[in-house]
Every structure is written in structure tokens, then in C-alpha cells.
Design a protein around this ligand. Structure first.
Ligand code: SF4
Ligand code: SF4
Length: 61
């Protein structure tokens, strides 16, 4: 699973809409990564503040 830095995350919700299996859940005061996260890494570059880390990065295709 990917990691969310709760001190950096501003709860903007941008990442929630890009996750293919909908594994990100924007709770009122916390972004949760759900167990169905496939660690694909797709959401990581979408975070404007760099709060997401880990994941297998897409390799250009
Ligand atoms: S790593 Fe992939 S599956 Fe996991 S939260 Fe990000 S986009 Fe969703
Ligand atoms: S895109 Fe980044 S700052 Fe916005 S909710 Fe997701 S992890 Fe938090």
C-alpha cells in the first residue's frame, strides 16, 4: 500500500478521483488508504503537495 503523510496532506481530495480501484477514502479529517489499494502508484504524482509516497511507478507506458 502507498503511504499518506497526514501532516502534509491538505485533504484536497484530488487523489481520490484518480485511483482506479477507488482505494482512497476522504474522511472528514483524514485521507485513508483502503485495503484494496494495489500499490500501483498512479495517484502519487497527482498529489499537489507530495503527501503520497511509495507504489510501483508506471514506467512510461
Ligand atoms: S497506489 Fe494505486 S490503488 Fe493505491 S491508492 Fe494509489 S492509485 Fe489507488
Ligand atoms: S491529493 Fe494529496 S493533499 Fe490532496 S487529499 Fe490526496 S494525499 Fe491529500
Amino acid at each position: 500500500m502507498i503511504t499518506v503523510d497526514p501532516d502534509t496532506c491538505c485533504l484536497c481530495g484530488l487523489c481520490v478521483g484518480v485511483c482506479p480501484p477507488e482505494a482512497l477514502d476522504l474522511a472528514p479529517h483524514e485521507l485513508k488508504v483502503l485495503p484494496n489499494c494495489t500499490n500501483c502508484g498512479w495517484c502519487v504524482p497527482y498529489c499537489p503537495v507530495g503527501a503520497l509516497s511509495g507504489g510501483r511507478r508506471p514506467k512510461g507506458h
